[in-house]
Design a protein around this ligand. Structure first.
Ligand code: ATP
Length: 235
């Protein structure tokens, strides 16, 4: 069976600076993959290239057989790829519930993720539904950002550095929702600097360094040494 999302030879530039060098990656239906790597490895650029934000200069992104490489970011969202951006980027003037409902604008037809289901995934979002989104704690804001992305009923959910700046107990609480997201059939890509978390949540892990994938495999097949070398380079 062909993969849901196929990234082939993806190259991206910021001006003259090349940030991605022919990245190949596949994501199967219902699969979760993690992309790990140090600061500046190109993880966010890869997510931005897939979602139509970064400038793709070669290669292709295919979703369910359709080439979406040159579509605009709003069109890619409508096609079924939703992003939880690094830093959450909630709308400060909107309540928690309004932030969630914004996500539903890109929704196509009926799907599993309704407001009720998002609120049952993260019950605090119902309790605090009338609060300004930005009045919540960092972890709760991250739940709003995940819920907002799910409200578009995506085929693919991209999560960029969910754990950044959050306490370990809060990170655990957020990732505890992932089995439920996964069992809804949503395919997931998480970008993580937290290697332990990436290994726990993913079916497949890919390590990036300097704009290239340097190691790929199932978490149980990757040794600590191999991950260390792929993450930091072999000196
Ligand atoms: P981090 O964990 O710090 O977000 P990352 O792995 O996501 O790191 P990217 O943010 O994708 O890495 O950055 C990849 C490379 O592209 C880095 O060298 C970075 O300096 C460069 N870069 C990122 N954004 C821009 C930009 N807007 N303009 C120019 N260069 C950029």
């Amino acid at each position: 069976m062909s993969p849901l999302l196929q990234i082939a030879g993806l190259t991206a530039h910021y001006g003259d600076f090349q940030a991605l060098f022919g990245v190949d990656l596949t994501l199967g239906q219902g699969e979760t993959i993690a992309i790990i790597g140090a600061n500046g490895a190109g993880k966010t650029t890869l997510m931005r290239a897939v979602t139509g934000v970064a400038r793709v200069t070669a290669g292709a992104v295919t979703l369910a057989g359709d080439n979406i490489t040159r579509l605009s970011a709003p069109d890619i969202l409508v096609c079924g790829i939703a992003m939880v951006p690094e830093g959450r980027k909630l709308f400060a003037s909107l309540t928690v519930e309004e932030n969630l409902l914004i996500g539903a604008h890109a929704r196509q037809g009926n799907g599993f993720w309704t407001l009720e289901r998002v609120q049952s995934l993260f019950p605090i979002l119902k309790e605090r539904r009338h609060s300004p989104g930005t009045a919540l704690s960092g972890g709760q804001q991250q739940m709003v950002a995940i819920g907002r992305a799910l409200m578009s009923n995506p085929q693919v959910l991209l999560c960029d550095e969910l754990s950044l700046g959050l306490a370990p107990v809060v990170i655990k609480e957020i990732y505890a929702a992932f089995p439920q997201i996964k069992s809804s059939g949503t395919s997931i890509i998480v970008v993580e600097q937290d290697i332990g978390q990436a290994l726990r949540v993913a079916d497949h892990v890919h390590c990036m360094m300097e704009g290239r994938i340097t190691l790929s495999g199932r978490p149980d097949t990757l040794s600590r040494d191999a991950i260390h070398d792929a993450y930091f380079g072999v000196s």
